[in-house]
Design a protein around this ligand. Structure first.
Ligand code: ADP
Length: 410
């Protein structure tokens, strides 16, 4: 804008020799510049100085018309001013210019036509009403178009800024997500190696306890060793849960062929070492005639947790305690049901039992991690999990896991 105003002042000086209007060029042009720069200095924190600029541009137009004794082309300066104001993207800036132009045209036009010979508006001898109306209409169209463009530009740039802001925000979120993901991976790796390393001394401790119990005749020692063994087993169970959690969080989903009978038999035979298992009647019913593909590690984690829970939370009063494992495998999915006639879970806890570290009662034997891991693993396998259970009647956990066999073939 400084360049434009400098040029306007310069134009005033260039055309001054034509009719000897040096005083007007310097005084009106200088005052206009002074008005603009003073307003800009005082109102630099707001946009109000731009309205002064708009009026100043109108005054320059009047000055040039006067200096050129009503040369018709000088009226176009108003259109140039109107176009320049578009850069501020504020349609209202057209208003002061419009007012100055209207007042100037009306006043100077009137004065010239009543014969006041010191004022110049046009070189025409007589301006008829038709010429005047066309003149006004064209000016109105120009001001309207420039105002509209200013408005549209503002809308467009606001949209553009909003879009850029959104893009920057998304990029920031993406970067944060990546950092968090990396930190999470590091943490999972750390948890995995710490848990893994903790098991070695625990296993040696178990061996020493076993040995001491076998060699000692002292009942008190044996009793203490049994207590120690129970705590060591609990700690080992907790570490195993953490390892499962970490395995599920860290590892990519695998797609391998699953033989459900093999998987379940292995889990059940491992669980046979739990003394409590001996009292439970475990029935396995598997119908698998199609190839089933899924993640074997996660599937084992899920089944192991559900079956061991079904055994551990048996009802001492129930006679005889049982666990039924039913699996029906189709080309679409595997439907798994693990049912027991154990202590059951009250309705109000059905959602909570899948939370991390949630245990229905402080008497619960585990860490409260098992069902959380089950839910997470099933989510990763795109499966579904529901529970039906009532206190004193037992529990049934239903799972459906999609068969990825078809996806694998594609
Ligand atoms: P925990 O390691 O304590 O067993 P889980 O996450 O596996 O933790 O289970 C959460 C809670 O849900 C358990 O503390 C227990 O109270 C209850 N629960 C889980 N399975 C059964 C079941 N089959 N019968 C009765 N209660 C169960």
């Amino acid at each position: 804008m400084n360049y434009f105003l400098g040029t306007f002042f310069g134009v005033g000086l260039i055309i001054a020799p034509f009719y000897g209007t040096w005083v007007v060029a310097i005084s009106i042009g200088g005052l206009s510049l002074l008005a603009y720069y003073t307003a800009r200095y005082i109102l630099y924190e707001s946009d109000l100085y731009q309205y002064v600029l708009s009026a100043v541009l109108g005054v320059f137009m009047a000055q040039f018309i006067y200096q050129m004794h009503g040369l018709f082309e000088m009226h176009f300066v108003a259109f140039i001013a109107s176009a320049i104001l578009i850069t501020y993207q504020n349609w209202k800036l057209q208003i002061p210019l419009l007012i100055v132009v209207a007042i100037h045209h009306a006043l100077f036009g009137y004065l010239q036509f009543v014969g006041f010979d010191k004022v110049y508006f046009t070189r025409l001898e007589y301006m008829d009403i038709q010429t005047f109306v066309i003149h006004v209409l064209l000016a109105a169209v120009i001001f309207f178009i420039c105002g509209l463009w200013a408005y549209q530009f503002k809308k467009y740039s606001e949209g553009h800024i909003q879009h850029s802001y959104e893009v920057a925000r998304l990029q920031e979120i993406e970067a944060q997500k990546e950092t968090l993901f990396k930190a999470n991976m590091e943490l999972d790796k750390f948890v995995y190696s710490v848990s893994h390393d903790l098991r070695a001394p625990l296993t040696s401790m178990g061996g020493i306890i076993e040995l001491t119990m076998r060699r000692s005749q002292d009942e008190m020692v044996i009793k203490h060793m049994e207590m120690l063994q129970k705590s060591a087993k609990k700690l080992d169970g907790f570490i195993l849960d953490i390892l499962d959690y970490s395995r599920n969080a860290r590892t990519e989903i695998k797609k391998e062929s699953i033989d459900f009978k093999e998987v379940v038999d292995e889990i059940v035979s491992n669980l046979k070492y739990m003394s409590i298992t001996k009292e439970v009647d475990i029935k396995v019913n598997i119908k698998q005639v199609v190839n089933f593909t899924s993640d074997p590690t996660r599937l084992s984690i899920v089944l192991n947790n559900l079956i061991s829970n079904a055994i551990r939370y048996q009802d001492k009063e129930a006679c005889p305690p049982f666990v039924h494992i039913d699996i029906v495998c189709s080309a679409e999915e595997a439907q798994i049901k693990v049912t027991d006639n154990g202590i059951g879970i009250s309705n109000e806890y059905h959602d909570k039992i899948f939370d991390m570290f949630y245990r229905v009662s402080s008497g619960s034997v585990g860490s409260g991690l098992g069902l959380y891991i089950v839910k997470e693993a099933i989510d990763k396998m795109d499966g579904q999990l529901t529970v039906e259970s009532a206190v004193g009647k037992g529990s049934s956990f239903f799972i459906s896991i999609p068969n990825k066999f078809k996806t694998n073939q594609n």
